[in-house]
Design a protein around this ligand. Structure first.
Ligand SMILES: *Cc1c(COP(=O)(O)O)cnc(C)c1O
Length: 483
């Protein structure tokens, strides 16, 4: 399975090119400007000498060693690895989008500006918010931007004392991190027995030093916070703002809006909910959408539609300034816009409904084999616990996740959220067929059954990959990348 480097495939004299015979006069080199000898190589570069077929086969084999949604089911909870329509990729590669520069005169990039303007309009209606910014380049970057606006808002109001941000224990790790980067103190809110925000604990922590409560709904256990309207009124009575982590809007898009639930501002992950290939660090886009009272604090420039077309508006009175390059990750915006146009509002609603249906179907099929610590039904994702396997057979969530790799699946998210022991967080997305859901659940159940009888085997999984089981902590801290 392991693939040699091109240099290992090299055979002296083999080549993949064919130049016409040299037709320059003898001695032509002396007419070229000479380079300082310090810049010249002393020995010839050691380059692989390979045929075209060697190169094509090498890269084709390599391409099959990385896993993506195009290879198979990728149920990575919280990451929404949905199918990315090929038409979006094709259109985003149009020269009209790829060969422009953001500092061109705005009259020459009206098409691009209209994509961004229309996208902001669509995202406003999808979230029920008033307007937003497309600059942030990831979910975490959106959180950072949103909280920076929260800080600016309270400073302007003369409430600088509001220096705390509340986050539930089940929150995505980026939530407390973004709050800390903005200088807020983080206060954790407990979960109750149902896995929802503990209302009494929330009440005890709300006072006039709280700037915002950051919440995702459905939460990271895949459960809908049914007390959201109560939560919203409690936070607002205390003078705080309610921030929605909308990375996983896939569960509610088209059926409910964060605005209906009382949120004041939010970020979206276009690279999850709106189908952009992601993983491995990018590319992403995390627009921030706000209610009208926060609009003056948005990063500039804004895009406006005037009688003479789309123009930039730099005049937002209380803008927090720029948070990234001019247009953010523009091609991700293009792909999200194409996705929205192609789906239409009915299509977006159907996508969330199917995402929820698929997750519930899997949850119910896995119930007999795995412990489901919270909730009988779920939204777009659910969390199973492998704790009984750990206790009885010494088989961990990680073992079972690695076992899936040999069967051609990407493992689910592991050990998150931290309030579930030996957690596997599964999000099938709307894209998968019933057959795939059945195959995946059968495989997972089969692995769990075999693991009980054959712990040696499961501890060694995966067996079919170029490198076997890595020490994950060591692999992160001391990556061995040399050849
Ligand atoms: C993915 C995710 C984030 C962070 O998004 P990035 O683009 O990875 O920075 C934040 N919150 C939740 C709930 C997420 O799932």
């Amino acid at each position: 399975m392991s693939e040699p480097l091109l240099i290992e495939l090299s055979k002296k004299g083999r080549k993949a090119y064919c130049f016409p015979a040299l037709d320059l006069p003898r001695g032509f080199e002396s007419a070229l400007p000479s380079l300082p000898s310090s810049l010249l190589r002393q020995t010839k570069a050691r380059l692989p000498e390979v045929s075209e077929l060697d190169v094509v086969r090498h890269f084709t084999r390599l391409s099959t060693l990385s896993f993506g949604v195009d290879n198979g089911c990728y149920p990575l909870g919280s990451c929404t690895m949905k199918y990315n329509p090929k038409i979006s990729e094709k259109l985003a590669m149009l020269e009209d989008f790829t060969t422009i520069h953001p500092l061109q005169d705005s009259s020459t990039v009206q098409g691009c500006l209209s994509v961004m303007y229309n996208l902001l309009e669509d995202l406003s209606s999808i979230t029920g918010m008033s307007w937003g910014t497309l600059q942030p380049c990831a979910g975490a970057h959106g959180e950072y931007t949103g909280l920076k606006m929260v800080r600016a808002y309270f400073l302007k109001k003369g409430e600088a004392r509001r220096n705390k941000v509340l986050v539930p224990v089940s929150a995505h790790g980026t939530n407390p991190a973004s709050a800390a980067l903005n200088g807020f103190t983080i206060v954790t809110v407990a979960s109750d027995d149902e896995g929802l925000v503990d209302i009494d604990d929330l009440k005890s922590k709300l006072d006039d030093s709280v700037a915002a409560f950051m919440l995702t709904n459905p939460n990271t256990l895949g459960l809908f916070e049914k007390n959201i309207l109560l939560i919203s009124s409690l936070v607002h009575e205390a003078g705080g703002l309610l921030y929605y982590d909308g990375a996983n809007l896939n569960a509610i898009m088209g059926n409910a809006t964060p605005s209906d639930m009382g949120f004041d501002l939010l970020h979206l992950n276009l690279h999850k909910t709106f189908a952009t290939p992601h993983g491995g660090g990018g590319p992403g886009s995390g627009p921030v959408m706000v209610k009208s009272f926060l609009r003056p604090f948005l990063p500039g420039p804004d895009i406006e539609l005037t009688d003479s077309g789309y123009t930039y508006n730099w005049l937002a009175s209380d803008s927090i300034g720029k948070v990234s390059m001019f247009w953010g990750n523009f091609l991700v915006l293009v792909k999200a816009y194409i996705y929205i146009l192609r789906m239409g509002s009915e299509g977006l609603r159907a996508a969330s409904s199917h995402a929820v249906l698929n997750a519930n179907y899997m949850l119910h099929r896995l119930k007999g084999t795995f412990e489901i610590p919270y909730g009988d039904t779920c939204m777009h994702e659910f969390v199973i616990s492998c704790q009984n396997f750990k206790q009885e057979y010494g088989v961990s969530a990680e073992d079972i996740a690695k076992g899936l790799i040999d069967s051609g699946y990407h493992p689910p998210t592991m050990y998150f959220p931290s309030l579930v022991h030996e957690a596997l967080m599964i999000e099938p997305t709307e894209s998968e067929s019933k057959e795939t859901l059945d195959e995946f659940t059968d495989t997972l159940i089969g692995i769990a059954e075999r693991a009980k009888k054959d712990p040696q085997w499961i501890h060694g999984c995966p067996w079919t990959t170029p490198v076997g089981r890595l020490d994950t902590a060591k692999a992160v801290k001391e990556p061995d990348l040399h050849y």
